[in-house]
Design a protein around this ligand. Structure first.
Ligand SMILES: Cc1cc2nc3c(=O)[nH]c(=O)nc-3n(C[C@H](O)[C@H](O)[C@H](O)COP(=O)(O)OP(=O)(O)OC[C@H]3O[C@@H](n4cnc5c(N)ncnc54)[C@H](O)[C@@H]3O)c2cc1C
Length: 367
């Protein structure tokens, strides 16, 4: 039995904790807030899992393995926190993300259906698309009910002997020796020290990660016009609408309809910039991008902005970096939730000697 110390009770830290307990190890999770922490990137009513990944064939393939890992988690939790609505990538211009996605699907033989503009509008009657638009639909895909998942995962970890120390900020780490130093100066040592601190990593390890690019992203919950409530609920999640427009998650299980606009992010730090939002201006910034594509646009009523932070670097590839006994997971971007349980299993596989840290890093980077 080895000692596994984990910093951060988001989807990554908790997934590693669960995998470690299943391998028979002793697990301690250190979390600066409540566990799970409503301010973590992993905490929102839903997060999307979907195949469309543009030209990134490695990540497209990884989604199949991610679904396998989710099935194993549902089995442990005794509940499925996912709805298979499918996902659609909508093309607005030649060479855009949806076209790259279609090429990747063809290259790796992933089942899909291509719809004309009329076909997309039949499936999504709430949309009005320009001449030449088309879509590609794939299954499975749709909302993962994130906050329920991390809440039950934390309960599972506790119920299976893991210790989660909440309101326990880690002030320093020695990766080489596998030692985490709590804010009160006490220390805990692991044979594996996993750092999964999300957007707070630069604050925790300023010498090594102080320059990492942290972004704040707001997502907008909306009430659609009454005549489109049902169609929004039944349609696939929109993975992309053109290159820069955004994505939507359907109102299933009471989670609400949520709209994201990828370009609506800015460099910011959670410990400095906080979690406040002005609903009127921020919903305008997010929803405004959809004005040409939503029927009855002016009848949409924004209800809430969900603010989250993540580390994103220019390469858009996850990073898993080993130093001595320490392993740092970063660059999780707006993308890691769907891969959390799979990454947890792979990290424990690496710790058990099934693959090298280098191979794990290459896999995580999507090669
Ligand atoms: C707005 C938004 C939309 C997204 N949409 C999607 C999506 O649709 N699909 C998808 O797959 N992914 C999506 N993501 C990305 C995904 O949510 C994140 O990549 C993932 O949740 C990261 O998990 P994590 O465990 O690494 O980090 P987090 O969930 O942020 O957890 C890190 C934890 O570490 C704790 N911590 C930090 N520092 C310390 C310290 N010093 N001591 C103790 N504890 C500490 C924090 O309190 C936090 O609880 C989105 C992210 C955001 C923000």
């Amino acid at each position: 039995m080895s000692r596994i110390v984990i910093i951060g009770a988001g989807i990554v830290g908790l997934s590693v904790a669960r995998a470690a307990l299943k391998h028979g190890h002793q697990v301690t999770v250190l979390e600066q807030g409540p566990a799970p922490n409503p301010q973590s990137a992993s905490f929102d009513l839903h997060r999307m899992i979907r195949y469309p990944y543009g030209s990134a064939e490695g990540y497209t393939r990884m989604v199949t393995d991610a679904f396998g890992a989710w099935d194993r988690l549902w089995n442990d939790l005794g509940t499925v926190h996912f709805e298979n609505t499918g996902s659609i990538a909508i093309s607005l211009a030649p060479g855009d993300y949806a076209e790259k996605t279609l090429n990747a699907f063809k290259a790796i033989g992933l089942p899909h259906e291509v719809l004309t503009r009329e076909g997309v509008e039949r499936l999504c009657p709430h949309l009005t698309l320009p001449e030449g638009a088309w879509g590609v639909v794939s299954f499975p895909g749709g909302p993962l009910f994130a906050s329920r998942i991390v809440t039950e995962l934390a309960d599972w970890v506790r119920a299976h002997g893991g210790v989660i120390e909440h309101d326990c900020r880690v002030a320093g780490v020695d990766l080489e020796q596998g030692v985490a130093t709590r804010a009160d100066g006490s220390q805990v040592e692991g044979d594996l020290l996993l750092v999964a601190a999300g957007a707070w990593l630069p604050a925790l390890m300023p010498e090594r990660f102080g320059e990492a690019s942290v972004y704040r992203q707001g997502l907008c919950y909306v009430e659609p016009p009454a005549q489109y409530e049902q169609s929004w609920r039944e349609a696939p999640a929109i993975a992309c609408l053109g290159d820069h427009t955004g994505y939507t998650l359907p109102d299933r299980r009471g989670a609400g309809l949520k709209i994201g606009y990828s370009a609506h992010r800015r460099a910011a730090r959670p410990e400095c910039d906080g979690f406040g939002s002005d609903l009127a201006s921020e919903s305008e910034a997010i929803l405004g991008a959809f004005r040409p594509y939503f029927r009855e646009f002016d009848a949409y009523r924004p209800t809430r902005i969900q603010v989250g932070y993540y580390v994103l670097d220019a390469a858009r590839r996850f990073t898993v970096e080993q130093t001595g006994r320490g392993l740092v997971v970063t660059n999780c971007d707006g993308q890691m939730f769907k891969f959390g349980p799979l990454l947890g299993e792979r990290i424990l596989g690496m710790f058990a000697g099934e693959e090298s840290a280098g191979d794990l890093a290459r896999w995580a980077a999507g090669y």
